[in-house]
Each structure stands twice: as structure tokens, then as C-alpha cells.
Design a protein around this ligand. Structure first.
Ligand SMILES: *Cc1c(COP(=O)(O)O)cnc(C)c1O
Length: 241
């Protein structure tokens, strides 16, 4: 029975379904941290809510989730506006076109997909206009396939210096998606080295965003500080984009 009016419209039973899934994911994260000899507090769960309604975001907030992620501005902007009173941390995890920087800077607290200097400048200028500070993660391409976004490992240092020097952006660290068909353990080990090199020049850039529903354990083993989980919490997405 739902007694909290602030939760809004959702299918009966949806809250229980999400709570059960969250418990399973929490167990997986806890076990992976224990196996890696890391404290549980090292890892932040970001629930990726793309294709799911704002009512799910409200349910997540009621279940103690603070961090939510989206990958398309057209969907994220209205959802963040509808749930603005919840004081959530919004993570923008999708590829980002420069002309969308203005909108994304209005709600995103962390952008995981910064991968080029032009985008960094646009995001910095947009954040200034909104009088907001944005944490920027450099998305690294681990397979050299530019169609999926990401800066090449060889270009990380220059992009990092650029972001660090821009006002209204804070260099947070790195992000990657495991390449399709590749061994995620190998890919995330590569990311760990890139993250470690980045920290030599920028010691405060400690965030490592890696791991999704299928590979969160290997990501945590390889040092992930932020896992981005959609399907394992909210179920199979209603439609593929
Ligand atoms: C959708 C998405 C996720 C979540 O993926 P799941 O496999 O559903 O957990 C994580 N990261 C990015 C960049 C995404 O677009």
C-alpha cells in the first residue's frame, strides 16, 4: 500500500520491484568491494533512469538513492525539472553534442562524457551562464572506436589540463564503457592505468566511472568509484533507442 502522496503515479508493486532489485545490486556491490578489499563507501551507485518515467525517479529517491543518470538531454531535462525538489545528484552519462551543453548545464551536476576541448569550452561557458559548477569526467575510448565517443588515451593529458583550467568545471576523473565484445577486465585495467596517470598531474581527479549491470564486479575490482546501473535496478528498458 502506498501512503506517500509525494510518490505520484506508478504501477502498483513497482516500488517493491525496484526495492528488490536494489537489494540485489547492493549485495553485488558489497560483495565486489569485499572481494577487492575496498570499503563499500568507495563506490557510488548511480542509477541510470533513461527510458523510465519520473515516477521511478521519485521511487528511487524514496528508497535512498541520491545519484541518478541519464544519457539523452531531450529526456533528462524534463525529468530533472519534474523532480527538482528531490535534491538528487544528476549525472549526464551519454554522448553530448556541443549545442546541448547549454541545456545540460542547467541540471547536470556531473558530466561523465567530456571527450573534446570544444565541448569542454562550451560546457564551461554554459555552466557560467547558469551560475553552476559541474564536475567533468573525461570519457576515454578504450578501443579507439570514435563512434561510441571518448578521447583517445594519448590525448587525455591535454584535455585534462584544459578542463582543469576552465572556470565552472571541476576535473573529477575518468569514465569508460567496456568495448563491445572485449574482455571488460582487460579494458578496465587499462582505464585504471589511465586514471592513475591522470592523478599524477591532477591529484584531486579521483573519480573512476566504470561498470554497468553486466560488469560492475570487474569494474569495482579495477578501481571504479562510480558504477552506472540501469537494467539491474529498473528492469529491461521499454524500448531501444
Ligand atoms: C544505459 C547506460 C548505462 C546503464 O546500462 P545497464 O546495462 O542498463 O546497466 C550505463 N552507462 C551508460 C553510458 C549508459 O548509456
Amino acid at each position: 500500500m502506498e501512503t506517500d502522496a509525494s510518490v505520484g503515479e506508478h504501477t502498483p508493486g513497482r516500488r517493491d520491484e525496484i526495492a528488490r532489485n536494489l537489494a540485489v545490486v547492493e549485495n553485488r556491490i558489497g560483495a565486489a568491494c569485499a572481494a577487492a578489499g575496498r570499503p563499500r563507501e568507495d563506490v557510488t551507485l548511480v542509477v541510470v533512469t533513461k527510458t523510465h518515467p519520473a515516477s521511478d525517479v521519485r521511487l528511487l529517491a524514496g528508497l535512498g538513492i541520491h545519484d541518478v543518470g541519464e544519457n539523452r538531454d531531450q529526456e533528462a531535462a524534463p525529468k530533472a525539472a519534474e523532480t527538482a525538489e528531490l535534491a538528487l545528484v544528476w549525472h549526464y552519462v551519454g554522448q553530448l553534442q556541443t549545442n546541448k551543453a547549454k541545456s545540460v548545464a542547467g541540471y547536470a551536476d556531473v558530466v561523465h562524457s567530456l571527450d573534446r576541448i570544444r565541448l569542454a569550452s562550451a560546457l564551461s561557458a554554459a555552466a557560467a551562464r547558469h551560475e553552476r559548477e559541474i564536475t567533468a569526467l573525461l570519457q576515454v575510448s578504450l578501443d579507439g572506436d570514435p563512434s561510441r565517443g571518448g578521447v583517445l588515451p594519448a590525448d587525455v593529458a591535454e584535455l585534462a589540463d584544459t578542463v582543469a583550467a576552465l572556470p565552472h568545471l571541476t576535473l573529477g576523473g575518468v569514465m569508460a564503457v567496456a568495448p563491445l565484445g572485449a574482455d571488460p577486465a582487460r579494458a578496465f585495467a587499462g582505464l585504471r592505468e589511465i586514471a592513475s596517470r591522470l592523478r599524477e598531474a591532477h591529484p584531486a581527479a579521483t573519480m573512476v566511472s566504470a561498470g554497468m549491470s553486466n560488469d560492475l564486479e570487474v569494474a569495482i575490482e579495477a578501481g571504479a568509484t562510480h558504477v552506472r546501473i540501469g537494467t539491474a535496478v529498473l528492469g529491461v528498458r521499454p524500448s531501444l533507442r
